[in-house]
Design a protein around this ligand. Structure first.
Ligand SMILES: Nc1nc2c(ncn2[C@@H]2O[C@H](COP(=O)(O)OP(=O)(O)OP(=O)(O)O)[C@@H](O)[C@H]2O)c(=O)[nH]1
Ligand SMILES: [Mg+2]
Length: 458
């Protein structure tokens, strides 16, 4: 599946830095290290594994010293890839790093492809496929929660769950296959009931894990929320209040905001992008008209909406237009200016916003913004409690959905009293789908797709 050659790459990002790491993995890693590395104190020869050694990188032909470095050798199998691995910690200048890498390549290593170190780790059984994929998620994580979820998967949390599901499935499959071996006998009624019960329980577990995908995605990618309303209700003031800083221009002139202003906030680990938009109204002003167009387009793209209303004024037809444009959207009705006497008819509002909870705030005085934040969180998360395992990868989700479908078919076949071998086929398909997740079934195609997304050096 892979050539047993020696690969090398820079493992740290390009550019200047304190330290850069050049990584080498494969059967020649140790030889190359001894050829190019001179240890301090002239103690050459045997390099102890899993120990940092101080010395210089020297071009063997010219004797020129390229850099003073720390070097670590990790003999197989106790290394990331499961092969002999050498890491050279050099000074983090692009020129030095390139010279060290080129020297290593000139001694017989090949430049690694993206993700090739992690691919080798998988192929050598150091981690399963789900774990290997999570390494990428971990590198890309932008929030603490996203990183934590990825790390759990790197450490095998998802794999353990999938492994358990697979065990349950095999248990069912064994019973069905036993019936295949006695072709004259139909599956007994009692046994059929037991099988149906087990299949239902397994299916239930699978669907719960599938449902966790949306939960996890929200924490990784966040949600986009559009702040809309007629001009002058305090949308920009609300954005400022939520950010806790004067980010956007606020004036008493209706039609102040023309462009969409985007800002990110973090709601206890949940990343949210807020869009402040131009007030929606009919207007002859060319620039404002374009702004209103932007507002509507962002409204359509957002996962949720905050409809801002001025609590100190009666509802206007402009408010009604905005409310109508947002009825289909998940959101909250934010009743602003609650520091002023209320003029807004709450009963009238209720008839227009049946699916939106109302939250009272004063953006000007910053009152109610904490409550609003927690309401936004509630709105986005169906449940505050974290699922026992969180799916974060579409490939895993698709495989679980296939497993779920095959199980459904197996149950259907059981009810219709089809011959046990037919049921067994569906169950085998479900098993295959589970095994694909952890890479017990691997195809070059899947591996190719997964690992080319990685960066070089990982
Ligand atoms: N009393 C009071 N005034 C507010 C409050 N929020 C906003 N305002 C005032 O309302 C006016 C409009 O505020 P903006 O935040 O610019 O309103 P907007 O909805 O962004 O307006 P456009 O960008 O024109 O659509 C300003 O004079 C604000 O000071 C509030 O909570 N209480
Ligand atoms: Mg504004």
């Amino acid at each position: 599946m892979y050539k047993e050659d020696t690969i090398a790459a820079v493992a740290t990002p390009m550019g200047e830095g304190g330290v850069a790491v050049v990584r080498v993995s494969g059967p020649d890693a140790q030889r190359i290290a001894t050829e190019i590395f001179s240890r301090s104190g002239g103690r050459n020869g045997h390099l102890r594994s899993h120990t940092l050694h101080h010395g210089v990188i020297r071009a063997p032909e010219s004797g020129a010293v390229l850099d003073e470095v720390l070097l670590v050798l990790m003999r197989k199998p106790r290394s990331y890839t499961g092969e002999d691995v050498v890491e050279v910690h050099c000074h983090g200048g692009p020129l030095i790093v390139r010279q060290v890498l080129e020297l290593i390549l000139s001694r017989g290593a090949r430049h690694a492809e993206p993700g090739e170190f992690t691919k080798r780790a998988f192929l050598n059984g150091r981690m399963d496929l789900a774990q290997a994929e999570a390494v990428l998620d971990l590198i890309r994580a932008r929030t603490e929660k996203g990183a934590r979820l990825a790390l759990e998967q790197v450490r095998g949390e998802l794999s353990k769950w999938v492994g358990d599901l697979r065990e349950e499935l095999l248990d069912i499959l064994v019973q069905v296959e036993a019936a295949v071996d006695f072709p004259d006998e139909e599956i007994e009624l009692l046994q059929r009931e037991e099988l149906a019960r087990k299949m239902a329980a397994l299916r239930e577990k699978i669907s719960r894990i599938i449902a966790s995908y949306d939960w996890g995605r929200l924490f990784r990618e966040g949600a986009r929320i559009c702040i809309v309303g007629r001009p002058n209700v305090g949308k920009s003031s609300l954005l400022n209040a939520l950010l806790g800083e004067e980010r956007v221009i606020v004036t008493p002139v209706p039609g102040t905001t023309r462009d969409v202003i985007e800002e990110g906030i973090n709601l206890s680990g949940l990343p949210v992008v807020l869009w402040d938009t131009a007030g929606i109204r009919e207007t002859q002003d060319e620039v404002e008209k374009i702004g209103v167009g932007f507002s509507l387009r962002h409204l359509a793209e957002a996962e949720a909406v905050l409809v801002v209303l001025d609590g100190s004024a009666p509802l206007t037809t402009q408010d009604e237009t905005v409310l109508k444009a947002t009825t289909e959207k998940k959101g909250l009705a934010v009743i602003n200016k609650s520091d002023l006497p209320r003029k807004l008819d709450f009963r009238q509002l209720k008839t227009l916003t049946h699916n939106k909870e109302a939250v009272f705030v004063s953006a000007k005085e910053g009152k109610g913004s904490d409550l609003l934040k927690s309401k936004i969180r509630e709105l986005l998360l169906d449940s505050e409690t974290e699922p026992p395992v969180v799916l974060t990868n579409v490939r895993h989700k698709a495989a679980l959905e296939r497993a779920e479908r095959s199980l459904n078919e197996a149950r259907g076949a059981l009810y219709e009293r089809l011959p046990p071998e037919m049921i067994a086929v569906d169950l085998q398909e479900a098993r295959d789908s589970l095994e694909e997740i952890i890479g017990m079934i691997k195809s070059d195609d899947i591996l190719e797709r997964i690992f080319t997304n990685f960066c070089i050096g990982k």
